[in-house]
Design a protein around this ligand. Structure first.
Ligand code: ATP
Ligand code: MG
Length: 217
């Protein structure tokens, strides 16, 4: 909602999840039970677990798309969510969300050009094409895009050029990098890639700013 106000959150040292429980409404029992963890700024954290164990659900809570039933979320000394205190200003959690770039397990493409799909948040006039190209390069996608007759203007999505699963994933990574957020959250973002391409992307992501915090399933 564009009218919601967003508080600026200054993420300096760490964020904490404390004793989180989460239950999907349609489920009988909790999907997540008593999750506590602390992630320091600049840390690169991996989340590992069997299929259906709740990894994507945990990420949805971290990026504040889902609200825990119990527990507390704290950024440095600021509590942005507390299940026992519903009066906490919602603008804080929106501020937290604005710090995060997220690559979901399945990427949504709009019926638009590649450059619009990478920039995503901007309207056409505001697209920083240099930034688009850098991010495509970091996501190992620039070679492919440049080989297309219409390059960054190629239309993709349902009615456009059909991209492979791995190309879509790399576009999703480029889109997240374009936002230049201090926190990057990846949900099996390289699962459709061959080992060499995956390794190249992981190296280029790891070489980004040391302050960048990365959470990966
Ligand atoms: P995968 O490795 O297959 O991606 P995951 O660890 O990411 O699995 P989640 O997607 O978090 O698992 O799902 C955890 C559990 O919650 C599963 O049992 C799943 O069926 C259930 N679940 C996920 N989304 C919903 C939903 N929207 N409504 C109800 N149950 C859900
Ligand atoms: Mg998942």
């Amino acid at each position: 909602n564009n009218e919601d106000t967003i508080s600026e959150i200054n993420f300096k040292q760490k964020f904490e999840l404390k004793q989180l429980d989460f239950k999907y409404e349609s489920r009988k029992s909790n999907t997540l039970n008593d999750i506590s963890l602390t992630i320091k700024k600049g840390e690169r954290v991996g989340i590992v677990g069997t299929t259906g164990s709740g990894k994507s659900t945990l990420l949805d809570i971290i990026i504040s798309l889902l609200e825990p039933n119990n527990g507390l979320i704290k950024i440095d000394d600021t509590v942005v969510f507390n299940s026992e205190r519903k009066d906490i200003d919602k603008s804080l959690i929106l501020g937290w969300r604005s710090l995060i770039a997220y690559v979901p397990q399945s990427i949504f493409l709009t019926d638009a050009s590649i450059k619009e799909n990478i920039a995503f948040i901007d309207n056409l006039q505001n697209i920083n094409i240099e930034n688009v190209k850098n991010c495509a390069e970091q996501a190992s996608l620039s070679g492919f895009i440049e080989s297309l007759p219409q390059g960054y203007d190629t239309l993709v999505g349902e009615r456009g050029f059909q991209l492979s699963g791995g190309q879509i994933q790399r576009l999703g990574i480029a889109r997240a990098l374009y936002k230049k957020c201090p926190i990057l959250v990846l949900d099996e973002a390289t699962s459709a890639l061959d080992n060499n391409t995956e390794q190249k992307i992981i190296e280029s992501i790891n070489s980004l700013s040391k302050d960048l915090t990365i959470i990966t399933v």
